[in-house]
Design a protein. Sequence first.
Length: 605
Amino acid sequence: MPLPRTKPPRIQIEAVWPQLDGGRYPVKRSVGDDVEVWATIFRDGHESLGAAVLHRAPGAPTWHETPLLPVGNDRWTARFRVDAPGRWEFTVQAWVDRIESFRDELRRKVDGGQTDLASELEEGALLLGVDALDVQTALASTASDRSEGTGLARPLAVDVDRERARFGAWYELFPRSWGGFRGVERVLPELAELGFDVVYLPPIHPIGVTNRKGRNNALVAAPGDPGSPWAIGSAEGGHTAVDPALGSIEDFDRLVAAGRRHGVEIALDFAIQCSPDHPWLAEHPEWFHRRPDGTLKYAENPPKRYQDIYNVNFDSPDWEGLWTALRDVVLHWVGQGVQVFRVDNPHTKPLGFWEWLIQEVRAVDPDVVFLAEAFTRPSMMAALAKAGFSQSYTYFTWKNTKAELIEYMTELTRSELPQYFRPNFFVNTPDILHEYLQRGGRPAFEARLVLAATLSPSWGMYSGYEHVENVPVRAGSEEYADSEKYEVRKRALDGPLLPMVGALNRIRRGNVALQRLEGIDFLETENDELLAYVRRAEDNVLIVCVNLDPMSAQEGVANVPASFGLPPAFAATELLSGAEFHWRLGRNFLRLDPGRSHILRVETR
């Protein structure tokens, strides 16, 4: 083995945390969070070491330094706060403190009874830059220095989002069922009063006529059928235009401004697909898939077929032009005041494209939030989060038993996933009406509301849920009968579940334990139909108990272990009803009616 070209450092910096895939991707935090850094730092010999974390905000020219403190076994730790959105950087530096090394050696010799210290004192005088030095002066000195400075090969990154990427309540609606943009504007105050932070609109663009789908996904549309909003583009425009049936761009701008006044953000759907009538078909035919006979290939996800939609071809020879055009679509709507995007099927597009696009957009506006609608393989969902998506739909919709929910929440909170993957628990979507809701009626809907709102900091619902809509298009299907994707429904904000929705959102806003993913522990209930868990953040402690059985009342216990640090006996307020309970460590009796819940706030003071 040849000699190295440069002398290797003697200080070793290992096991730096947090980092993903050797620093390939940034970890995620939100504004106001502390980034806790850990590292293993050591050197051969007995020299005393010093270390620090250097960190800087996005675009900042200078680094700020926070000392790393040793905690034993060569592990060091420090934390720094991120107070602005964007991509932060941090690195770890370590050095030999020769003066502290001298003091330590001298102290040990004095403690060992050694009296001939002339040579040591001369060394100390040289280090401290003084002419004479006695033992007391050397030991009392606070001077230090940094030699053999060693650092990471390259900085690590932290993607910092605003709070909405971490915490929020979403309401999805089709604006055409509410009277267009102006109708949605009229209902915004009520949605704000219910505690919704985001109103998400499916595609608002002109809808194609060619191969337009009819009611219940019929292949032939009847006169007057509006078509699917995901069949984007017509003679009236493409991804940067609005459907005239919804109103004008001025109406949309008024809607966004009204939402801002009420504290509600308008989220848009970003779907990378085109109807046969989209202007891009004529302007950029090279951006689309063609069969061997030259005809265009419509979208398919067997057994589903989308004859009214063409996918773009990311392997197009003009992929740069395609990427740029798609980025410009997002930036167009950012320019209209939109800062939240729900992205349709991102797992069917290249990961490299998303990493590039999201960084490009957030370089313009770091407050933009991207939600990935990716019901796909776990590895792809994780990769999309690493590529930059702020949050993601999840498998929550299909987790309905106690064992499934505990296993899934353990995966989301006790693995590496919390460093970059933020879940959004939607109780339903226009495509997903789970069998649990179809068969369980209102009690099932109530149970899922409580679970979504108390398990995940971000949760959402699609309109109609508050009306307990649970009829599938056919047995065994998760599609709704008379799906709003293909027809206009007359919607009003008057469903029987809305008071419960508003109460849950108020509870979430008033309890920090529900505003973060971490801080959850499950309790033994001795009944598989009863799920109980503790949510904790600082001195805010909640105990949530849910009857997962929508058909029958269930009895059991919630066993509170002493390791939680709660008093032997404590009072608790049930936040949905206002009732007072008295609990204790150990076994606490529970009886809940079908689908009912307790959300107990422990009185810690």
